[in-house]
Design a protein around this ligand. Structure first.
Ligand code: ME8
Length: 643
């Protein structure tokens, strides 16, 4: 069994969790779920970063102790991640005891390697970034990279010999190009290291909220030495060697591009110094802007993560975030795009496929998966099977390449292809013609394709995928990636059931919506979506309406009713049907003789002015109250089905 260890950054607890925190953690969650689906032994870590000057100052501002503040705010992150139904195996806090012990041991090991010495630090520091900056990285009192304010710091400090690891770091970047990804980030980090590394100040004496330097209590450890170590604390680095051996090195540290230098330069150097293996990959994703602008409280476009979770179904949010931007790129959070993707890709494509296929299965084959003969013969069936297998392989490759957006693209295109398959094989027509064997084959293939789609979707939109798989009525062993090893594992005889609306369509945002915040009234939104769902009819329901081409063979006025015409319409039967239509003020009887029109032919007969009307004529009422008939070219045979 392979193992997969995935981490997110641990988040600062000086403020409320927002869109960016939700994004990173959702992406890591999708990776963790995907690997569990593959049967891997997964450890997924997230948590909060609770020490440092920034936290101490934020607490001072609020007039509370740092401990009070971190307890309160860390709980908010934990609550958010529960609300988002994330599947982390540990939520770590850097104020926990095992973490302090691990950090102390790291420092001891780094000291034992001769990498720590006492010196004097004089330079620029940004509390907001918790980062030291060189003169060349500063402009007008701010760090160029982040725009954060810097302050001049001069104090006694312990240093870590970062410069000693320059060559080893460069070797690590070159050893495997994906150690630091995407490529653009790797190049950025390489250039930074090639330009020369200076030793790193790792203790401060001017504030106290942190882990003290072992044996030097007036020195507090630099928050990044503390924070980065969380990745090994969580899996028992120095107190549970068996567990540590099993999960370390991490398979991927998922981070935002803002903290690349800490993860791709400092962290591997600390690990080298402590004699520990390096992570397999540091992956820096891009930055979300909101409706085109950098997200910030002062701009008023800050998206609180709880509001986001209230405004949208979790599946929709996950799908949008993962699908919208190629992982690694920057992107823009737009409600309009979210609605577009939901409506086109989830509701109209995947939702529609599941709905129509399960409706037909229930209507035509008693909701029971049919038994089919072993070999596929029709080329259209073979193509569908091949595409399902290719999609499974493509999704796996995309996940290995850290392209979850691509995985979703492949799954939705399998769904489109399956919709095309259904459209081409027309099970409803096979049902009508009584071609039972072919009907069963085509429904089996559609259901099996849906199983492929739902299993692959489970990591990304877990709720909807679970509901589809429940609808297919299959056992857990057929819900894994392994069960996609071959086509045709969906067992005959399984009872299927149509799930409730999987993805409700959403209304596009209107001008009244505040463009910088999620919808104000999530409850109303949900209700509207529900209503919209209720207005939809299933494909099956649509098939209940029988429509045929009718040729008008005779027409006359109805005495006493100046709006009605009595028609005789040939709908392909032995005798024409009598139809009463309210079109007398638009057409004279002679106008419409020989017209081919659209008739609903399975409506209950109705009596109008004593005449039984045996079918209904379809027409559009125009704004001037006249009618246009739904007509066909003259060469269509009367009685031809309209669908
Ligand atoms: O940096 N778009 O914590 P932090 C995308 N404690 N992702 C975003 C984002 C945005 N607009 N804004 C934030 C810290 N993020 C340290 C980490 S790790 C040992 C210590 C995400 O609360 C992104 O993952 O500032 C970024 O790296 C992280 O939040 C920063 O979180």
């Amino acid at each position: 069994m392979s193992k997969f260890y995935v981490t997110t950054p641990i988040y600062y607890v000086n403020g409320a969790p927002h869109l960016g925190h939700a994004y990173t953690t959702i992406l890591a969650d999708a990776m963790a779920r995907y690997h569990r689906l593959k049967g891997d032994d997964v450890f997924f870590l997230t948590g909060t970063d609770e020490h440092g000057l920034k936290i101490q100052r934020a607490a001072e501002k609020l007039g509370i102790t740092p401990q009070q503040m971190v307890d309160e705010n860390s709980a908010k992150f934990r609550e958010l991640f529960d609300r988002l139904e994330l599947t982390h195996d540990r939520f770590i806090r850097t104020t926990e005891d095992d973490h302090r012990r691990t950090v102390e041991e790291m420092i001891d090991r780094m000291a034992a390697s001769g990498d720590i010495y006492l010196g004097e630090y004089a330079g620029w520091y940004s509390a907001s970034d918790e980062a030291y900056y060189d003169e060349s990285e500063i402009e007008d009192g701010r760090a160029i990279a982040s725009g954060s304010e810097v302050e001049w710091v001069e104090e006694q400090s312990y240093f870590f010999k970062l410069s000693k690891y320059e060559d080893q770091l460069l070797e690590w970047y070159d050893e495997a190009p994906d150690h630091v990804a995407p490529d653009s980030r790797r190049n950025e980090v390489k250039a930074f290291v090639e330009s020369g590394l200076r030793d790193l100040s790792i203790t401060r004496t001017t504030f106290s909220w942190g882990i003290p330097m072992p044996d030097e209590p007036e020195h507090v450890l630099y928050v990044w030495v503390d924070a980065l170590t969380n990745y090994i604390t969580a899996i028992g680095a120095f107190d549970d060697p068996e567990r540590f051996e099993k999960y370390w090195p991490a398979d991927i540290h998922v981070i935002g591009k803002d903290i690349l230098r800490f993860h791709a330069v400092y962290w591997p150097a600390f690990l080298m110094s402590a004699g520990l293996p390096l992570p397999r990959q540091v992956f820096a994703h891009g930055w979300w802007t909101v409706e085109g602008e950098k997200m910030s409280k002062s701009k008023g476009n800050f998206i609180d993560a709880f509001e986001l979770a209230d405004a949208y179904e979790l599946d929709v949010l996950r799908y949008y975030m993962i699908r919208e931007i190629p992982f690694g790129n920057d992107g823009n959070f737009s409600k309009e795009r979210l609605v577009e993707r939901n409506n086109a890709e989830l509701a109209d494509n995947i939702g529609n496929l599941v709905n129509r296929t399960l409706s037909m299965s229930m209507g035509f084959i008693d909701g029971e998966v049919p038994a089919t003969t072993d070999e596929l013969k029709e080329s259209i069936d073979i193509e569908l099977r091949d595409q399902a297998i290719e999609t499974r392989d493509g999704v796996d490759a995309a996940m290995k390449d850290r392209q979850p957006h691509r995985a979703l693209e492949l799954i939705t295109s399998l769904s489109s292809e399956t919709n095309n398959y259904v459209q081409t094989v027309q099970p409803w027509a096979l049902n009508k013609k009584g071609e039972t064997q072919r009907l069963e084959e085509t429904l089996y293939n559609s259901l099996e394709a849906i199983r492929f789609i739902a299993v692959l979707l489970s990591a990304f939109v877990p709720d909807a995928a679970g509901r589809i798989l429940d609808g297919l009525g299959i056992d857990d062993e057929l819900k894994t990636i392994d069960s996609l090893d071959e086509w045709g594992r969906l067992p005959a005889g399984t009872k299927v059931e149509k799930p409730d609306v999987l993805f409700a369509k959403l209304d596009p945002p209107t001008d009244d919506d505040e463009s910088d915040e999620p919808d104000e009234s999530p409850a109303e939104d949900a209700q509207e979506a529900d209503e919209e769902g209720a207005n939809l009819i299933s494909f099956d329901e649509f098939l209940n309406v029988e429509m045929r081409v009718g040729k008008v063979v005779a027409a006359e006025a109805v005495e006493g009713a100046d709006k009605l015409l009595k028609l005789s319409v040939d709908v392909g039967e032995d005798t024409p049907r009598t139809v009463v239509a309210g079109i007398a003020q638009t057409f004279a009887p002679d106008d419409i003789i020989d017209w081919r029109v659209t008739m609903v032919t399975n409506l209950e007969p109705a009596k109008l002015f004593g005449i039984e009307s045996q079918a209904m004529l379809l027409a559009a009422k125009k704004s001037d109250d006249t009618f246009a008939l739904a007509r066909f070219d003259d060469d269509v045979e009367p009685g031809t089905a309209v669908s």
